[in-house]
Write a protein that binds this ligand. Structure first.
Ligand code: LRH
Ligand code: MN
Ligand code: MN
Length: 422
């Protein structure tokens, strides 16, 4: 994406933007601070989201999908050039294997990208794999299978070290499909023991993010099924182990913002896999179904991080985990990043003093008014302004379409490409 094309688009639309920006900016108390925070905020892009996702019933490629890790990085580079808020990429191994780490690192650096958490995969069998994960990996009844899965995680850490990453993200599909299939206690103890061995291989400045999920692919029990089980493991393992919250990994109506608040308080919040859902782990575009929930989560984050004097931009993993099956993946990711920034900006606008007063006085209506006043503010011009000041596009999707980026990707890569991943 050539910078002059972005600049040209911005020049043409500057007057309209200015009018909208001035209108909303007038009522923002700490405008400079809000813009500074929005400019610093970045969200990692998962390497598996750049191809069109599928379901178990089918997969419909959109064309021009990245065929290699280099091409995936190039696409993240396009996203980052447009929104200036996606300066890192998270790899899933072995879907993406950085064989030549220094060349991959240099390719990413060209676009101003670094590597976020590396994800291990012991939920599928790979072609030349000796033992099967059909009945689980780190929790398996057979020590040889556990050892194989432990070794895979250690290999993933090694790749991550070469890339300059500093976190290992572990999601296990381990569980059972029928009552009686599994001894819960032994499965949990095996998992803990396996994670302990992986934990020992973590470099000093690394973290282990433990993801939970209530069901799928197992439909009776999941060994790390909820935040309690993840937190139990993380607290037994030690300071470097933390709980990762994937928004899609909750039973319907779970109060995710409350979970986030307590994990943050306990210094056990690893970060997020952002997505949205109506039914289960739908992996829909962030903010497409329940943007109010997203805002409430950010409200807890801003409040909790400010209380602990934490920088919003660092210290927590911000990552998208979605892989859409009908949209253009680049447009989908641009929308997701935008939705996250909208929720964040709205949370920054909450009148904290008024909210604290309302809470102290048990003024329930005032508390709701205060939150919703921020939520119902159209903050999009603030985000556009922050993006503009970083050199990004006032409207990233409009530029992507105007420049016919997908068309040229199809021309370069072909119409029938299929990226590795989900
Ligand atoms: C599991 C999950 C986990 C995987 C990713 C591909 O549902 O959220 O994070 O690594 O999907
Ligand atoms: Mn996830
Ligand atoms: Mn998921």
């Amino acid at each position: 994406m050539e910078q002059h094309k972005i600049d040209e688009y911005n020049r043409q639309h500057l007057a309209t933007h200015k009018r909208k920006f001035d209108f909303v900016a007038e009522d923002v108390k700490d405008l400079d601070d809000v813009l500074k925070k929005l400019r610093a905020f970045n969200i990692a892009i998962p390497s598996w989201a750049l191809g069109t996702g599928g379901t178990r019933f089918g997969r419909f490629s959109g064309g021009g999908e990245p065929r290699t890790l280099e091409e995936k990085i190039t696409d993240v580079g396009t996203i980052h050039a447009l929104n200036r808020s996606s300066n890192s990429i998270s790899l899933h191994i072995p879907w993406d294997i950085p064989e030549n780490a220094s060349a991959i690192k240099a390719h990413a650096a060209q676009y101003g990208l670094r590597f976020d958490a590396v994800n291990s995969n012991t939920f599928q069998d790979q072609k030349d794999q000796k033992l099967s994960y059909k009945f689980g990996s780190l929790h398996h009844t057979d020590k040889a299978v556990r050892d194989q899965a432990i070794q895979h995680n250690i290999d993933v850490i090694k790749y991550g070290v070469q890339l300059g990453s500093n976190a290992l993200s572990v999601w296990l599909s381990d569980g059972s499909n029928f009552p009686g299939q599994l001894n819960f206690r032994k499965a949990f103890q095996n998992t803990l023991d396996s994670l302990q061995q992986i934990y020992e291989a973590l470099p000093d400045d690394w973290k282990m993010w433990i993801e939970y999920k209530p069901f799928e692919p197992n439909f009776y029990s999941t060994t790390i099924g909820d935040w309690g089980q993840s937190h139990l493991l993380a607290s037994k393992l030690g300071k470097k182990a933390l709980t990762l919250v994937d928004l899609g990994h909750h039973l319907p109506n779970t109060n995710i913002e409350q979970i986030v608040s307590l994990l943050l308080m306990e210094e056990k919040l690893a970060g997020f896999h952002f997505n949205d859902s109506k039914y289960g782990d739908d992996d829909l575009t962030v903010g497409s179904i329940n943007p109010y929930q997203l805002f409430l989560i950010f409200n807890e984050l801003v409040e909790g991080m400010d209380a602990r004097g934490l920088s919003h931009a660092n210290g927590i993993g911000w990552m998208i985990d979605a892989s859409h099956n009908v949209k253009d993946p680049i447009e989908d990711l641009l929308q997701s990043v935008e939705a996250i920034k909208i929720a964040y900006a709205q949370a920054l606008l909450v009148d904290t003093k008024a909210l604290v007063n309302a809470q102290l006085n048990n003024d329930v209506a005032k508390a709701q008014e205060t939150l919703q006043a921020a939520y119902r503010t159209d903050v999009r011009p603030l985000i556009a302004e922050a993006r503009l000041r970083e050199g990004g596009a006032l409207d990233p999707i409009a530029v992507f379409r105007e420049q016919e980026v997908r068309k040229s990707l199809i021309k370069q890569r072909g119409d029938k490409t299929q990226a590795t991943g989900l």
